[in-house]
Design a protein around this ligand. Sequence first.
Ligand code: FYN
Ligand code: ADP
Length: 607
Amino acid sequence: MSSVRTDKEASTTLDDALKPTSRAVDGDAVVRALKPVADDAPEAETIDGFHLVIDALKLNDIDTIFGLPGIPITDLTRMAQAEGMRVISFRHEQHAGNAAAAAGFLTQKPGICLTVSAPGFLNGLTALANATTNCFPMILISGSSEREIVDLQQGDYEEMDQLAIAKPLCKAAFRVLHAQDIGVGIARAIRSALSGRPGGVYLDLPAKLFAQTMDAVKGKASLIKVVDPAPRQIPAPDAVKRALDLLKGAKKPLILLGKGAAYAQADADIRALVEKTGIPYLPMSMAKGLLPDTHAQSAAAARSYVLQEADVVLLIGARLNWLLSHGKGKTWAEDKGAKQFIQIDIAPTEIDSNVAIAAPVIGDIGSCVAALLGGIDAKWAKPPTEWTGAIAERKDKNLSKMAVTLAARPSPMNFHSALSVIRDQVKARPDAIVVNEGANTLDFARSIVDMYEPRKRLDVGTWGIMGIGMGFAVAAAVVTDKPVIAIEGDSAFGFSGMEVETICRYNLPICIIVFNNNGVYRGTDVNASGTADVAPTVFVKNARYDKLMEAFGGVGVNATTADELQKALTEAVASRRPTLINAVIDETAGTESGRITSLNPATAKKK
Ligand code: FYN
Ligand code: ADP
């Protein structure tokens, strides 16, 4: 299919398009645009904005769009599909945006989310901000209304100054007004999303832009294939030496792997660094699987101990934010003396953001880890056995305790018995991607479900956001074609539950397990006022989430025992059919705010 049209076919010229009344082309125009060039057409070939956008994306090897059609981008979705792109159409823009973000994390290519103007744009914005916070590369492309009317606030259809609103919530924001600038706009968006610290980018495309036409040869020539969009950044040799010297002198060293390390795709070197140095490591949740969780050097099951006791901590793609208690306080046993930190990061301004960093190593993780590895030779002294032995002791104790808990088969199921089934399934299918959100469902799954391969765990990330579930699951299935197991709290699932229709529509190999304990945190809260309403955290009792999947032709299973759950999950992963398992969990199981009770003002005060 040619993306080029003749003037005869083009419904709108640049002049037409600049008239305030012109809008996106209608369905007829799409048909015209898709029609083969007439034999007798003598005119010079032109290309429109729609096709310039599509060609610019394709030129940069972007082959998938996650979005939701509507004015003014409906035709863009149709044409992109006609031009061979995969267009995954969602039921709500936030989930399309989350899918784009997850695709960016998994592939190192910016995920594209396409939305309509004002309300659609706003729906996509949470995902854009979340992607930026998590350092995932994505581009939110939104159609927008007439600039002349918007800027004079004359009350246009879906009037909104989208560019101004997006700016503070993303890494960069651009607007393209002329067809000849589409190539530059898309190149700038790609480069901004991928280079340095990855993040979200907003690209504003006013309705009139799509219908503008220009000479096809000039149009093609205006597109840019971005060369080296994420340039390597080699660390300075003196920074590497400083880090190695500090690490060499450590008595109780620790490596902390964050999701930046997973994103970097430097898997072999990261594993070599851990194994050659012999240093115990702790994975942040989305770094699980960079080395298998069963690895002898994993200190995950002795987390509190290693954070308190370590004397030198090497951070690789992890920030000292709330998830690491800002590198200070009780978690780090600050009263016993400050730790010394080495931090590998691509963003120089991340350094010293919470505590002093003794040895910053600035560069891309691949280059930094390779440089450190270069300084580890056969004479490297592995950490003292008092340190590794003490960790092993604590770890074994925790693992044995956990094994007993996981072996129990209570009725109804609790979080542990249900998760032990999932743990076994992931062990059998280490290539499956786990998506995880909720409070207790998240916290228990993080420590119970071992991961074996890099970038197989997607979760609520830096913000602890709810609602990423179905968007992340769809992206994982679409970009990897691997089975996806979405472990969802019943509350968390509700944020994106309608996307089960999307999952069925594209027949994706996704198995959702809803941990149904009748409410947020648990289902037993009572309304103290005595009125008829249930407590704010309580849901409809004994709800059947599995029926939701059945409504769209997928497989729904109500699992009340671990055996039923195991059978349904095994079948779902093997068959690759969209499946939702309603896992009935004891409604008294679960604690307020899971393991982050200390952040809950009321509970924190009581302590
Ligand atoms: C870990 N642990 C284990 C194992 N793995 N025990 C046995 N076996 C295994 N495999 C132990 C570990 O040593 C800890 O015990 C404990 O289990 C908990 O480990 P975890 O989960 O790694 O650590 P912790 O303390 O919960 O981590 C803090 C945190 C984490 C902030 C990084 O809670 C987190 O990522 N939270 C995100 C929460 C969130 O975003 N929620 C969404 C909003 S919910 P000890 O070593 O004895 O401490 C809204 O309400
Ligand atoms: P976690 O939540 O797992 O601790 P964070 O999101 O806090 O991880 O940290 C990721 C860090 O990784 C960010 O500071 C980011 O700048 C950094 N980062 C991301 N990609 C790269 C890369 N390719 N090279 C170096 N640093 C990176």
